[in-house]
Ligand binder design. Structure first.
Ligand SMILES: [Zn+2]
Length: 265
């Protein structure tokens, strides 16, 4: 089964802010901001390719987090940059949810556009009651980086000490969330599967470019070869299993590979 990008996006166009899985799990897109990724961030994409795709200066993208309701619990996946006027906090507000209501916070990786929202301007935890889940490999890698690279990660993880839970790929976490190895973008980059939803983090930064050309990396991908392998693996996994993908840099939040999005070849 091979899904065309057009089919997957066309199906996703029916999804606005949120949708439900077959099992009744609800997911809400919390778009921190809509922002194009400049083509300069994809140095391996030559101009003939980008021109053939109709891409001029940037690839449509977003910075996003996701809220999931399952089993009477509230789950967050990443937290956005943390700007007070960012869409993550506005999205929670408009859903009538306070950060203190979040039960579980799952972190895909430690880049600032994913963990920035964990602390307020005074450096205090925003998600005051959440148990936080992150990959042991991600934690170890960042804690061993030089201070000029890891100060935000160190400060943030310190602030959640005591309720920070580190896991290995394949572990089953609260509410049946499964940690899926997606390392490459960062050393412990993790996707999470919840029922038929796959929150895949930063597998793709520029959908219009990388879906058909997963061999192209964004400069943010720390290990290029592992990133390419993870991108190919995750796209295939979502297609083969008919999943609804939620991506932190997808331009409309979702890619739908469930029945409506699938075309046989
Ligand atoms: Zn990111």
């Amino acid at each position: 089964m091979k899904t065309t990008l057009m089919a997957a996006v066309a199906a996703a166009a029916f999804i606005t802010a949120g949708c439900s899985s077959k099992t009744g799990t609800e997911i809400v897109w919390l778009c921190d901001k809509v922002a194009g990724q400049p083509l300069a961030l994809f140095p391996d994409a030559d101009s003939a390719l980008t021109e053939s795709l109709g891409l001029m200066d940037a690839v449509p993208s977003s910075m996003s987090a996701f809220l999931v309701r399952k089993d009477g619990k509230l789950l967050m996946f990443d937290t956005g940059y943390g700007h007070p006027d960012g869409g993550v906090r506005l999205g929670l507000d408009s859903s009538g949810i306070s950060p203190m209501d979040i039960d579980y916070l799952y972190i895909t990786h430690f880049h600032g556009d994913h963990i920035g929202g964990m602390l307020d301007e005074a450096g205090n935890p925003v998600y005051t009651n959440a148990a936080v889940y992150a990959s042991q490999a991600e934690y170890d890698a960042w804690m061993n980086m030089p201070p000029e690279r890891n100060s935000q990660a160190v400060k943030t993880m310190d602030a959640y000490r005591g309720r920070l839970h580190l896991f290995a790929p394949g572990d089953t976490l609260p509410c049946g969330v499964i940690a899926v190895d997606a390392a490459g973008h960062t050393p412990g980059h993790t996707a999470y599967q919840v029922d038929d939803i796959l929150v895949w983090g930063d597998i793709i930064h520029g959908l219009a470019l990388q879906f058909e050309h997963p061999e192209i990396c964004a400069v943010y991908d720390m290990d290029k070869q592992a990133s390419i392998a993870a991108r190919k693996r995750m796209i295939r996994y979502a297609e083969d299993n008919g999943l609804l993908v939620a991506g932190m840099h997808l331009p409309s939040g979702f890619l739908d590979f469930r029945e409506a999005g699938q075309v046989a070849e």
